[in-house]
Design a binder for this molecule. Structure first.
Ligand code: ASP
Length: 437
């Protein structure tokens, strides 16, 4: 039998109406066996996520302030779901325990984890499935890193005999028995770990959008939804700021080759976006999968005549950046020039030390600095004529009257990154989208 792991985000489980939609989705396909749940999210724009209410309880407790009003707001939210769905569940002892723990041993991760813990218990009771507490099967080392080996082992052991289960997202435990959470949005990671542990055929990530958009909707009106994207393409677009999944959620499913389907709980009829190892050959795909970018970058170009004839020039430059703890985004080399692109906040914090060190150690002929730049990435692995597309993209940008500062194109499939001035960023995205996507 096929196995699908589903993860529902906070808005998908924000109230009883959403719980009903989730139940319909889960029950409509017997392959949908293991469900990972987030804490209740926002029901409307000005609403507060339960996770944020829990963080606020913790902050208040730590400062010796009364957190009872916030805790009772949390209790009311869960009780509303229980009442409206007629779930047989008593919140009182759960809330009493959280109150006691928060008073006696305030822990930020413990507090935050209770949203997923309670919501998953409720969902399990509503669906009639077993509740699985990740405290016992997702393990972290003392330094906060995930202990993947024991996590996969224990998740597998726990889930193997079960036909169905609901697993709480977002947290696990450390070696001394304390609760540890992933970073915000981390239930995506839990879903990915569960999918790999049980060898799922598919990981469905249910959210409130119908998939990844081919461009930022704040710039392009009504951009199309991406039907298929490879893990590599998504990694590039996410790095540039396109968000659809927690960045750390990609690795486990990628390693196991499990496709991820981004779906919309409010529109289950939409097919969403499929994230796959390799784009399907038999389908007609768009030439370009998507475009994304970000502002806030600076470029440093070091030029020294005849330097390409010697070894180690680039290494010295990168060592200088490393010695100030400044990561670089891209490093482009030409004949006798090295161009390093870094985030402007890092550059501002270390500007004079970096430039002085380059002057002193390398004595460059010229040292050029450009600030207020933006990078734009265009990906399209399915594009057989990627060289033609590169020409078309660069042509569209220059026809829009935009100066190109940097161009970075690796070998192989289309993965083009261009640098433009921040003021031209939106115009460049429009030009690229309208010309080719
Ligand atoms: N509830 C957590 C958050 O708000 C984790 C998640 O939803 O994935 O970040």
């Amino acid at each position: 039998m096929k196995t699908t792991v589903l993860k529902f985000g906070g808005t998908s489980l924000a109230d009883s109406k959403q719980f009903k939609k989730v139940s319909d989705i889960v029950k409509s396909d017997p392959a949908r066996r293991f469900v990972v749940a987030s804490a209740p999210g926002k029901r409307f724009d000005s609403d507060i996520k339960v996770t944020d209410l829990l963080y606020s309880c913790y902050e208040k407790s730590r400062s010796g302030l009364d957190f009872e009003p916030v805790l009772s707001e949390i209790k009311d939210r869960f009780n509303e779901i229980i009442g409206e769905l007629g779930i047989d569940f008593d919140m009182e002892p759960e809330i009493d325990l959280i109150r006691r723990n928060l008073k006696n041993y305030p822990s930020k991760s413990y507090a935050a984890s209770r949203g997923e813990y309670l919501n998953s218990k409720l969902l399990a009771a509503y669906l009639g499935y077993e509740f699985v507490d990740p405290y016992y099967c997702i393990h972290f080392f003392a330094d906060g890193n995930l202990d993947t080996e024991s996590t996969y082992e224990d998740l597998f052991e726990k889930l193997k005999p079960l036909a169905n289960a609901v697993i709480a997202g977002f947290y696990g435990s450390g070696p001394d028995g304390n609760i540890i959470t992933f970073s915000r949005g981390g239930s995506d990671i839990t879903g990915s770990l569960v999918a790999k542990a049980v060898g799922a055929d598919l990981y469905e990530n249910w959210t409130d959008v119908s998939g990844l958009l081919a461009a930022d909707p704040r710039i392009i009106e009504d951009p199309r939804v991406v039907e298929y994207i490879s893990y590599r393409e998504l990694r590039t677009l996410s790095y540039m700021g396109a968000t659809v999944l927690h960045a750390d959620a990609l690795l486990p499913v990628n390693q196991a080759g499990i496709p991820v389907n981004i779906r919309n709980t409010n529109h289950p009829e939409d097919r969403g976006t499929m994230i796959v190892s390799d784009l399907p050959k038999e389908r007609e795909l768009h030439t370009i999968t998507g475009v994304a970018g970000r502002k806030g970058l600076s470029v440093i170009q070091v030029e020294k005549m005849m330097v390409s004839d010697g070894a180690g020039f680039t290494a010295v430059i990168l060592d200088i950046f490393k010695s100030y703890g400044v990561p670089f985004e891209q490093c482009l080399t030409g004949i006798d020039t090295v161009t390093v692109i870094i985030r402007s906040d890092f550059f501002k914090a270390h500007k004079y030390e970096l430039l002085n060190a380059i002057e002193e150690q390398l004595h460059p002929d010229t040292l050029l600095v450009r600030e207020n730049l933006a990078m734009i990435a265009v990906v399209g692995e399915a594009d057989a004529d990627y060289q033609g597309s590169t020409v078309c993209i660069l042509g569209a940008v220059s026809a829009a009257g935009i100066d190109l500062n940097t161009i970075n194109q690796g070998a192989g499939s289309l993965n083009l990154i261009i640098g433009v001035e921040e003021k031209d960023y939106e115009k460049a995205i429009e030009a690229i989208y309208n010309s080719i996507i």
